[in-house]
Ligand binder design. Structure first.
Ligand SMILES: NC(=O)c1ccc[n+]([C@@H]2O[C@H](COP(=O)([O-])OP(=O)(O)OC[C@H]3O[C@@H](n4cnc5c(N)ncnc54)[C@H](O)[C@@H]3O)[C@@H](O)[C@H]2O)c1
Length: 438
């Protein structure tokens, strides 16, 4: 039986990537793209640039590059805009972030100096550790959203971009639970006009993006688009949204190791994770209210993967602790330790120790690229609302109401590739393989 092919509109021209926050992740992303364009580096870590996808049977040997299989915008055709409560250009912000080496940044200086952030929608109430002054003024949050819309339209005109995506790479905001004001578009718009305290800055940007039909990906654990009002707006306006919280570092490791332990039915009695990091993100997370947002995002991963309700003898009472310690000398070069207490045959205990000397923004930058390209593809393919197939990139994947998120990195990858096959009208791969033995 043939597989129905979705009509994918071709990329129309340049793609504008709207970055909220011009800090370590954003500048490493933009500098990385410029470096690749100049032949100074390779886009390692990016599935859209490096990945392949198997089609049909193993005997067919059809394994195109993902970039050749679905019509993604080429890296050469990206343009960038950003907002930040600090005035630094991407060059100055990249130097301060201390991720990429200065000799490399020097070679990219003109391009990076060209990227100057718009004034931010920023309120210290939601990010307590920052004192930015490059900030928009407006009577209401609706006025501020209108100013973001003006920025976007001006950028679109000036840079002659045809389509746009917005990626939140701003700081982690304080913990907020969904409230009545987030329950519908109508209530949310009334809340914007009334300066409702439960509408943090991130939601003002997201609202502006959705209003213009621009896909929104959330790289931080903030609620942002993970509330009914935004999801309703996304569906009504046929806009893809996804989040939350880029899956890099320790949580990525967790979602690689935990499925393996579970696959072998090895039990878990405790998992202690601790980190030191010294970048601005670490400083923001030093505030207990911002940390709480992050902690919620990091803790749920093991519960969902290990399914203690299905395997009580193995996973019922495991102890899980996550700590983040701000330690300036390390800058962006985080060190994450995991001590994992497991048990096997007859309950005999064993331990796994992981010491991951990772570079946070080096791991996050390719995710920004993939999300921008895949979200644009989703829009051109007519996909709207929550893009669960992009769970692969997030610590706290958004799902339809009532559905639990899939955290296992390998299931997430299978889901992502099967979605690409679905979009392109190719058969799904089930890995059954019995027909090879007929
Ligand atoms: N680096 C990673 O591996 C990783 C992984 C998961 C999530 N994240 C999240 O991604 C985000 C960015 O991380 P980073 O390391 O680049 O942090 P960063 O502190 O270097 O950059 C964040 C930038 O956002 C700006 N900002 C804060 N509030 C803003 C607002 N309202 N509007 C516009 N800009 C605003 C800050 O001034 C800062 O320049 C953080 O929320 C972080 O928790 C990062």
């Amino acid at each position: 039986m043939g597989v129905e092919k979705i009509e994918i509109r071709k990329p129309e021209g340049n793609l504008g990537v709207l970055l909220v926050g011009l800090g370590a992740v954003s500048t490493t992303f933009v500098a990385g793209i410029e470096a690749v364009r100049k032949g100074l580096g390779e886009p390692f870590g990016s599935l859209t640039q490096m990945g392949t996808i198997r089609l049909g049977k193993r005997t067919e040997k059809r394994v195109p590059r993902i970039a050749d299989f679905v019509p993604l915008v080429p890296m050469e055709d990206l343009e960038f805009a950003a907002w930040d409560p600090f005035e630094d250009s991407a060059y100055e912000a990249a130097i301060k972030s201390g991720v990429l080496e200065e000799p490399l940044l020097e070679k990219l200086r003109p391009e990076l100096e060209d990227l100057k952030p718009f004034k931010a929608v920023f309120d210290k109430r939601y990010v307590k550790k920052l004192d930015g002054t490059h900030v928009k003024q407006g009577k209401t949050k609706m006025d501020l959203a209108d100013q973001v819309i003006e920025d976007i339209l001006r950028f679109k005109e000036e840079k002659k971009v045809d389509s746009l995506v917005m990626v939140w790479c701003g700081s982690t905001e304080i913990f907020i639970k969904a409230q009545e004001v987030h329950a519908s578009v109508e209530k949310f718009e009334a809340g914007l006009r009334a300066n409702d305290v439960n509408i943090p800055s991130s939601m003002v940007y997201a609202y502006a993006a959705l209003k213009l039909g621009i896909p929104f990906a959330n790289g931080a654990p903030n609620l942002t688009v993970d509330v009914p009002a935004m999801q309703q707006m996304a569906l009504e306006r046929k806009v893809p949204i996804c989040g939350k919280d880029f899956k890099t570092g320790q949580t990525m490791m967790k979602t690689i190791i935990a499925p393996g332990l579970k696959a072998r039915m090895l039990g878990l009695s405790g998992w202690f994770s601790t980190n030191i990091l010294g970048n601005r993100d670490g400083e923001v997370l030093d505030d207990p209210e911002s940390f709480r947002t992050k902690e919620e995002s990091k803790l749920s991963v093991l519960e969902y993967i290990l399914q203690p309700d299905l395997y009580p003898q193995l996973y019922k009472d495991f102890y899980h602790k996550v700590r983040i310690n701000y330690y300036p000398p390390r800058k962006d070069n985080k060190e994450g330790w995991d001590n994992i207490d497991i048990f096997g045959w007859l309950g005999y205990p064993m331990q796994v120790k992981i010491d991951f000397l990772c570079r946070d923004s080096i791991l996050a930058a390719p995710l920004v690229l993939d999300l921008a390209l895949f979200m644009d593809l989703a829009r051109r393919s007519g996909l709207a609302g929550v893009q669960e197939w992009l769970s692969f990139y997030f610590k706290s994947p958004m799902t339809a109401p009532g559905l639990y998120p899939e955290h296992d990195l390998f299931i997430q990858l299978m889901k992502l590739k099967n979605t690409l096959r679905h979009i392109a009208g190719e058969e799904q791969i089930t890995h059954l393989g019995l027909d090879y033995y007929d």
